[in-house]
Structure formats: C-alpha cells, structure tokens
Design a protein around this ligand. Structure first.
Ligand code: C2E
Ligand code: CA
Ligand code: CA
Ligand code: CA
Length: 278
C-alpha cells in the first residue's frame, strides 16, 4: 500500500540496518522513475528586494511516485547521491531547466537567470563542463543565464579539481552560488578560493527576523560581508513582510520564499513573468 511504502522508505533514511534487498528495491523505484518520467522540475522566483521584480528562478526537482506518492527531495536526494542516480536526475534537471529557459526566450520574455542545485558528484564527474557547454549550445543559451548552486560540503570534497572546474565554468559566464550559507563546515576561506558570485542565506537564519536577536546579528553580518566582497546576496525562506522589510533595510539584494511564490511548474510561472514589472 501507499502508506506502507512511505513507511518503508523512512525506515531506509533513518535506519542504516535496513537490508540490502530493501535498499535495492528503493533504488529500483528511483531508476524506473527516470524512465517513467515521474520526475518534474518546479521553479521558484527570486525577487529583487529594491524593485520587487523577478530577477531569477531556482529549479527544484519533484518526484511523484505511484507507489510512494509525492516525495520531498529531502527524502530522495540523499539516496540518489548514495546510489549515483543523482547523476541522471541532475542531468534531467539541468536539461529541463535549459529547455524551459529556451521556451521563455522564444516566447519573447527577457532572459532570466536560472539557478540549478548541483551535487558534488555531478561536478566531480568527468565531462561535467562539456555537458553544460553542450546543453547551452543545444538550447541556444548564454552561460550567464545559468547559476549553479553548490553547498559548502561540496566545496570540501575535492579541493583542487573542484576549484579548477568551477573556474572553468565561471570563465564561461556561468554563476556559482553558495547554498545554505552558514549551515555547513563554514570556513570563510572558501569565499576567496572559489569563484563565488552569490551567497544564499539559509532559511534557518531568516525565520526569526526581525525579532530574534541572534538571527538579526547573523544576517546583518552576512549582509555586510557579502557587500564587502561584492557578492550577490539572496535570502531564502522569506515568508513574512516584516522579514522582507528587515532585509530591505540591510540592502540584501534578493529574496526568495512563500511570501512571493511557492515553487511552481514552468507553465504556471509564465504568467508571472509576463506581468513582471517594477
Ligand atoms: P534548497 O536548495 O535549500 O531549496 C530551498 C527549499 O526551501 C526548497 O525545498 C523550497 O521549496 C523550500 N522553500 C522555498 N521557500 C520557502 C519558504 O518560504 N519557507 C519554507 N519553509 N521553505 C521554503 P525543496 O524543494 O523541498 O528542496 C529541498 C532540498 O532538496 C533543496 O534545498 C536542495 O538541497 C535539494 N534539492 C531540490 N532539488 C534538487 C535538485 O534538482 N538537485 C539537487 N542536487 N538537490 C535538490
Ligand atoms: Ca538551493
Ligand atoms: Ca538553500
Ligand atoms: Ca536547504
């Protein structure tokens, strides 16, 4: 049953004593999911705080499984990384996002920055940069419309190689965003070593704004630092007008969250883009 399936899945993610057969069965579901086109990409607008206009989008993968129902990426991305399936899922997300960007471009909409979450396994894979180059060519897109969101953990995994690849991508005009900033193994030296264009303030720091003094101190410090380093700054998980007002007072560049829009299928975003104005 559906309920049982969900339960079994949670057993996997929470309990490492799960049998090999069990893991394999879940892996098989995910493998089939790619072939059966059960994955879909949703997009969440990123808003320029000073003008209120949409300045970009984040692509977020969705899995609607006949057996498990709608699964959160938080539930299946870790397993996808463990099994290597993240490579095909990640390529699907990149391709879908480029295709969507081309559709909007062909519809006469102004070019929109598209941010895609990238697992370190993808970057480490041979040919990652070539794959990106090919996708951009195939969909007639400029590198500058693409932003790759990586986490601090990804930057830890593979020092020199990772720096070289990110610099290569950066030289193609592609932007690099540091996701969930402040939640990982933060060493500020990453901000110098890697070609980072954007810092994303994790939603855990945004949640208590403007009343929680700890959140206020942390976000104020991150804003000052991002400005000093001339990096773009995006606050995640913005749900309330008072959070936005506070971010505005700090000159935070962009905001993303349910206050503006939840992640939506591309065709539902099209209407928002057509009305996009100051
Ligand atoms: P993330 O990259 O930090 O993405 C932001 C998450 O916050 C998304 O959850 C989004 O739906 C949610 N969110 C957006 N606005 C708000 C808000 O105002 N309030 C709250 N409470 N939440 C908000 P989602 O889509 O469930 O994704 C969870 C995580 O899964 C992502 O976190 C990312 O780490 C990962 N993920 C999602 N799609 C992909 C993908 O295509 N590839 C990879 N490698 N990871 C992905
Ligand atoms: Ca992200
Ligand atoms: Ca994030
Ligand atoms: Ca997150």
């Amino acid at each position: 049953s559906k309920a049982k399936g969900r339960n079994r899945y949670q057993l996997y993610s929470g309990n490492m004593n799960v049998s090999f057969a069990e893991k394999l069965s879940i892996e098989m579901q995910m493998r089939k999911a790619i072939d059966r086109k059960e994955f879909q990409v949703f997009y969440q607008p990123q808003i320029c705080v000073s003008t209120g206009m949409i300045s970009g989008m984040e692509a977020l993968v969705r899995w609607s499984s006949p057996l498990h129902g709608s699964l959160s990426p938080l539930e299946f991305i870790p397993l996808a990384e463990e099994t290597g399936l993240i490579l095909s899922i990640g390529e699907f997300v990149l391709r879908s996002t480029c295709k969507q960007a081309m559709l909007w471009k062909n519809a006469g909409l102004p070019p929109m920055r598209m941010a895609v979450n990238i697992s370190s396994l993808q970057i480490e894979q041979d040919g990652f940069c070539d794959c990106i180059t090919q996708l951009l060519q195939e969909y007639h897109l400029d590198g500058s419309m693409l932003e790759l969101e990586v986490t601090e953990g990804a930057l830890l995994s593979d020092g020199e190689q990772m720096i070289a690849k990110l610099k290569m991508l950066s030289s193609m005009g592609i932007k690099i965003a540091l996701d969930d900033f402040g939640t990982g193994y933060s060493s500020l030296s990453y901000l110098q070593k890697f070609p980072i264009d954007t810092i994303k303030i994790d939603q855990s720091f945004v949640r208590g704004l403007p009343s929680d003094p700890n959140n206020v101190s942390i976000v104020t410090a991150i804003c000052a630092m991002a400005h000093g380093l001339k990096m773009n700054l995006i606050a995640e998980g913005v749900e309330k007008p008072e959070q936005l007002r506070f971010l505005h007072s700090l000159d935070c560049n962009e905001a993303q969250g349910f206050l503006f829009s939840k992640p939506l299928p591309g065709n539902e975003i099209t209407g928002l883009l057509m009305r996009n104005g100051p």
